[in-house]
Design a protein around this ligand. Structure first.
Ligand code: NAI
Ligand code: 15L
Length: 269
C-alpha cells in the first residue's frame, strides 16, 4: 500500500499514545487524535468514546490508516472489557470498513498469550503461532481483537497488523520486563513498519526491543521491515540487584504474562 500519511491515533491521551504523538510525526505522519479523555495540548483532538459509532465514523473519514491504542489497558470486570475493548474495537472495524480505510495497526498484548510458560534457559523463543492463552478478561479481549482482525481481512480485505506489545515504557522497571520491554523508539519503528509494509493481510507480531533476555520470536515483525535498535540489558544488573533473579517456581515469574496470571493490576476507572 502507498505510505499512509494521515493516521487516526486512538488512545491518544494514554501513555503509549502520548509517546507516539511525539515520535511518529518524525516519520512524516499527520496524526488525527481520538480518546475518551481530552488530549493535553491538542485542542483539535476528538473527545469521544469507542461506543459512539457516529463519532468513529467521522473520525476515520479520509484517513489512510488507524493506529488503534484506545481501550482498557489492564484487567477489569467482564462488562467493562466487553464495552470498551470488544464492542469498541468492533465499532472501530465497522467504521473503518464502511469508510474504506485500508489498514489498522491493532495494539494487541502479550496477555493474549499470558498463560504461556516463559522459555527457560536454552529453550527456543515462543513462536508467534503458539496457541492463545489469555491470562485475564483483558487478555481475552486482545485475543478477540486478533480474531476480529482476521475476519475483516478474510471477509472485507481490511488489513491489520496485530502487535502483541510486551511492555512499552521509557525504561524497564522489573526483571520480567527485561524480557518483554519495547523502548518507545523501537515502538515507533515497529508501528511505522506495520503501517507501511506491503501486503500484510492479517499479520500478528510480538512487539519488543532486541532484548538479550527476549522470550519470543520477532521473526514476523522483522519480516515487516522492523529493525529494533534497543536492548534492555543495560538495565539488568540494577534491576536484578534490587529484585533478585526470576524464580521459576513463582507463577508470576514463569509465564509470559507475569503477575497478570495471578494478581492482575486493575483498571482504576
Ligand atoms: P493507557 O491506559 O495509558 O491508555 C489507553 C487510552 O485509551 C486512555 O487514554 C483511555 O482514555 C483510552 N480509552 C479507554 N477506553 C476508551 C473508550 N471506551 N473510548 C475511547 N478511549 C478509551 O494504555 P497504554 O499503556 O497507552 O496502552 C495503549 C494500548 O496498548 C492499549 O490498548 C493497551 O492494551 C495496549 N498495550 C500497551 C502496553 C504497554 O506496554 N503500554 C502493553 C501491551 C498492550
Ligand atoms: C499490558 O498489556 C498493559 O497494557 C501494560 O500496562 C503492561 O502492564 C504490559 O501489558 C505488561 O505486560 O507489562
Amino acid at each position: 500500500m502507498p505510505a499512509p500519511r494521515t493516521v487516526l491515533l486512538t488512545g491518544a491521551a494514554g501513555g503509549l499514545g502520548t509517546l507516539m504523538r511525539s515520535l511518529l510525526p518524525e516519520y512524516g505522519y499527520t496524526l488525527r487524535l481520538f480518546d475518551a479523555r481530552p488530549v493535553e495540548g491538542a485542542p483539535d483532538a476528538i473527545t469521544a468514546d469507542l461506543g459512539d459509532r457516529e463519532a468513529l465514523r467521522e473520525a476515520v473519514q479520509g484517513v489512510d490508516a488507524v493506529l488503534h491504542l484506545a481501550g482498557i489497558s489492564l484487567e477489569a470486570s467482564f462488562e467493562k472489557i466487553l464495552k470498551a475493548n470488544i464492542e469498541g474495537t468492533y465499532n472501530l472495524y465497522e467504521a473503518a470498513h464502511e469508510e474504506g480505510v485500508g489498514r489498522i495497526v491493532f495494539a494487541s498484548s502479550n496477555h493474549a498469550v499470558g498463560f504461556t510458560p516463559a522459555p527457560r534457559a536454552g529453550e527456543p523463543p515462543i513462536p508467534i503461532d503458539t496457541p492463545r492463552r489469555p491470562d485475564t478478561f483483558y487478555g481475552l479481549s486482545k485475543s478477540f481483537g486478533e480474531d476480529l482482525a482476521q475476519l475483516y481481512w478474510d471477509r472485507h480485505g481490511l488489513e491489520t497488523v496485530s502487535v502483541r506489545i510486551g511492555a512499552c515504557f521509557p525504561e524497564p522497571t522489573s526483571v520480567r520486563m527485561l524480557s518483554v520491554w519495547m523502548s518507545p523508539a523501537d515502538g515507533a519503528r515497529l508501528f511505522h513498519a506495520a503501517l507501511t509494509a506491503g501486503n500484510v493481510g492479517h499479520t500478528v507480531v510480538y512487539g519488543s526491543s532486541a532484548n538479550t533476555r527476549l522470550w519470543w520470536d520477532l521473526g514476523t515483525a522483522r519480516a515487516l521491515g522492523y529493525a529494533p535498535q534497543d536492548d534492555s540489558e543495560p538495565y539488568a544488573a540494577k534491576l536484578i540487584a534490587e529484585q533478585g533473579e526470576l524464580d521459576p517456581e513463582n507463577p508470576a515469574h514463569s509465564h509470559l504474562g507475569g503477575h497478570f496470571v495471578n494478581d492482575p493490576p486493575i483498571w482504576p476507572y
